[in-house]
Design a protein around this ligand. Sequence first.
Ligand code: GLU
Length: 391
Amino acid sequence: MDPITQLLSQVLENVRSNDDGETAQYIPELAGADPRALAMAVVGPRGRVTSVGDDERTFTIQSISKPFVLALALTELGRDRVLRHVGVEPSGEPFNAISLERGTGRPANPLVNAGAIATTGLVSADAPAGRDETIVAGLSRFAGRPLTVDETVYASESATGHRNRALAHLLRSHGIIEGDVDGVVESYFRQCSLQVTVRDLAVMAGVLAFSGQHPLTGEQVVPEAVARDVVSIMASCGMYDFSGEWLMRVGLPAKSGVSGGLAAVAPSQFGVATFSPRLDRYGNSVRGVQILERLSDEFGMHVFERHESITRPGVGVTRTPELITVRLDGELSFSGAERILTMLREIVADAATQEAVVIDVAELAHAHPSALVALRGELASLGARVSVVGG
Ligand code: GLU
């Protein structure tokens, strides 16, 4: 067993005996899920998926569909139009709350039912007949394989989803949903009934972690700006009314669903997912939360802990009698540029008069605009001996 698999297995075994919580009771098909199921998967930037436990078991995606459908709506309509129909504030209320803004009826949080139903209504609104197809195709692109609807769960949700229907009609009365409101609710039930494995979820989270780019295929699934928007919303709104405490403890943008899935995003590092159907009083998977807490600590994933690489870009210096080459790689931020400039000033001050200094930026993966402005401004003052190549 390779070391990563071993580490994940250990984390999994540590939580296995915890049988707190119960499966979602309000959807008959979910109530009967196997409560012992337990799985976890992680995908890294090079597309390697590592998974342990019941990693081939399928379950319905439920609420975890919400950030991905939101990504489709943002891609199709842009941020401003989406924000006219749904807010991006944690509602601090349960997943099925009637949390609509006074006056406008705009739901506060796109990652709980009211806001998510409004978001579903935005996808393919000009050609609603194709909405289901757009959503299934869109989420399949995130997963990197064709996803299908679990018709039994869909039927179960549709037969019992009176509260969601009521929410949708309220949204319709405020003009937040336009047109065929019943069709929108059915599309919402279908999106929640898409079947996934824990590996699919990790890969889907991975697309968001890697700026919209698929870690296995390299396809740009959604624009980078959309991925960033969705991840931001997941950070504040993704874990129902536990979102604040989750951000403090685990520090990862995430989304959970009532079937027991949980997908978390460690930006630029990992997509992570867990599956364990027993839920706590907020509707989050008990063992999923426990696993992520542990994993975040062990892998140093908390987004607000210190991440030195942003202030320390990669630098390599090589010298020949006439030329000093300074190679930069990785990410160059404003504070990183400051560091490089201090170093360059020293190099230039120490260099013999015949030596030229070349800064090679060919390997720089990402440079913040402010860093480039700072670098260019200062380089001019270092004189003609310093030049930049590879940019
Ligand atoms: N389909 C579920 C519902 O609408 C999703 C809820 C959830 O996972 O939060 O009730």
